[in-house]
Write a protein that binds this ligand. Structure first.
Ligand code: KIV
Length: 273
């Protein structure tokens, strides 16, 4: 299903994504964390907006995704929801909001849906979280899975390097992916794994598989908005394609403004009352 400017926006649902997989139409997904950028992302026609816990890095400046809280995720998600008319909005359950037990996971997911108006939640992990996924689903909340490099476990991995390069980890990932589908996930994110393994997962599963650093042989792609717009200068993994160099554009505009203020060029006669 495509978006054409000027046409009435038809909401993307989890069913739309399933149809896109069946039709072989790639799914586009981007992150957003605030009203103004979410509005641009949605009106540009992206299929899925992820209110990612990467907000912890790009919005709050933390080194990892661990510090962001459920309240903060709800704040970001409600800002995004107010802007979005078409895309499916998926909200990350943050670290510490679901690992305790399935009841805690359900309560956190309910808070996100009730207080932000999000359309679905995303949760990191494999077989060990299937009980929580099933419990969240009992409340009618769609769940997206996330395997491969799962940033909430960074202190277990030790690095942000490519995951599942060895056979044992690759087999575990495939079996986790099947377990997530079996548990009822409507889609799966695969982060930073070899493209052959990702393609095998996408071929094996019936649900859409969306990748970041997982190659082109899958059902869709996701990037962090600030990375693809070039707002972050210092993050350049191999998988990232930068569509803009916004850091330099914004910095150039600010320097221009400072110069205009210092030289009293701004405001001019037309720019005052
Ligand atoms: O939080 C996030 O931005 C994510 C994407 C990297 C998939 O989980």
């Amino acid at each position: 299903m495509s978006h054409y400017p000027g046409q009435e926006a038809k909401r993307v649902t989890t069913h739309t994504l399933q149809e896109m997989k069946q039709a072989g139409e790639p799914i586009s997904m981007l992150t957003a964390y605030d009203y103004s950028l979410a509005r641009i992302v949605d009106e540009s026609g992206v299929d899925v907006i992820l209110v990612g816990d990467s907000a912890s890095n790009v919005m709050a400046g933390h080194e990892t995704t661990l510090p962001i809280t459920l309240d903060q995720m709800i704040y970001h998600a409600s800002s995004v929801i107010r802007a979005v008319k078409r895309a499916l909005v998926v909200v990350d359950l943050p670290f510490g909001s679901y690992q305790g037990n399935s009841k805690e996971a359900l309560n956190s997911a309910i808070r996100i849906m009730k207080e932000s108006g999000g359309h679905a939640v995303k949760i990191e992990g494999g077989e060990e979280i299937t009980e929580s996924i099933k419990r969240i689903l009992t409340a009618g909340i769609p769940v997206m899975g996330h395997l491969g490099l799962t940033p909430q476990s960074i202190y277990k991995f030790g690095t942000y390097a490519v995951r599942a390069k060895e056979d044992v980890e690759a087999e575990k990932l495939l079996s986790d992916a099947k377990a997530l589908q079996e548990a009822g996930c409507f889609a799966l994110v695969l982060e930073k794994i070899p493209n052959k393994l990702a393609a095998k997962v996408a071929k094996t599963l019936d649900i859409p598989v969306i990748g970041i650093g997982a190659g082109g042989g899958i059902d869709g792609q996701v990037l962090v908005l600030h990375d693809m717009l070039g707002i972050n200068k210092d993050f350049s993994p191999r998988f990232l394609r930068r569509y803009l160099n916004l850091y330099d554009s914004i910095s150039g505009a600010i320097q221009h403004y400072i110069k205009d203020v210092k030289t009293r060029d701004f405001p001019n006669k037309k720019e005052q009352y």
